[in-house]
Design a protein around this ligand. Sequence first.
Ligand SMILES: [Fe+2]
Length: 319
Amino acid sequence: MTQIRSFIGATRRPGELGVHSLDEFNLIVPDMKVAETFYGEFGLELQPRGNRMEIRTQGHNHRWGTIVEGSRKRLSHFSFGVFEDDFSRFKDRLNNLHEPLLDAPPGFESSGLWFHSPDGLLIELRVADKSSPNEKSSFTMVSAPAGVQSAPSRTQAPRTKPRRLAHVLVFTADVLASIAFYERVLGLRLSDRSNDGIAFMHGIHGSDHHLLALAKARGPGLHHLSWDVGSINDTGLGAMHMADKGYAAGWGLGRHVLGSNYFHYVRDPWGSYSEYSADIDYIPVNCDWPGQDNPGHDSFYGWGPVTPEDFAVNYELAS
Ligand SMILES: [Fe+2]
């Protein structure tokens, strides 16, 4: 057992209190069928359960998200995973910080801890298995030997199937206050930010460069859900498939600087995005990432097409 442990490496930062994963998101949409078509074509696995749709990825049993129908599209809440023996410590921390604990929303009975972010976004802390990766996710770039055609024909190209939820980017009215909140309450750490416009936060028990990102807007909302894929080719093939199915709007292919991931964002039917993301930086459990402020013009993306004019618009806010 000791040998196995030393092979896998530490998956927990000793003595420190912090969530280990972004366990699940919950999205409300006005038309379930529209959501089912979009996320199904994107390559996710959808399973109806009662009046909900559960989202998984191929080959992975974790439920990354749930969709329910409502009057308008909005991110209703998200749940962070904690280690079982940390749960009571989190309860004490919330009490000490005078964070009012709330009931679970109707239909979401749980034994988790529910409270609001400074923007009023509903957050749950729940005991869960660690779903954030314990090591950097694999990335491949296959080059065929001379004399062999490498690329398949369009009709033979495989469908892109994301491997896992990578991160969620939410809007907030105050990025700096939100950083402080997520550090103080959830124990996330700042990976990088650009002034008060955008920030990226990671889990202390080993996670991608960001499992949560924050972008400035007039109020809360979902900017994008990011899904991990294993290659640039998967990113491009996914984008091409979505364009073929009528979802050509978006942004990519490009490469971010903060996080380093190759990206293609596909615009969803409600004006937010789902991102194919490959080769994002990883912050291991024993690494103290410096958490710097970076000039926006030099760190948003290293290369890629011109950003759509309304890329940072929060369409969840009533116009
Ligand atoms: Fe992203």
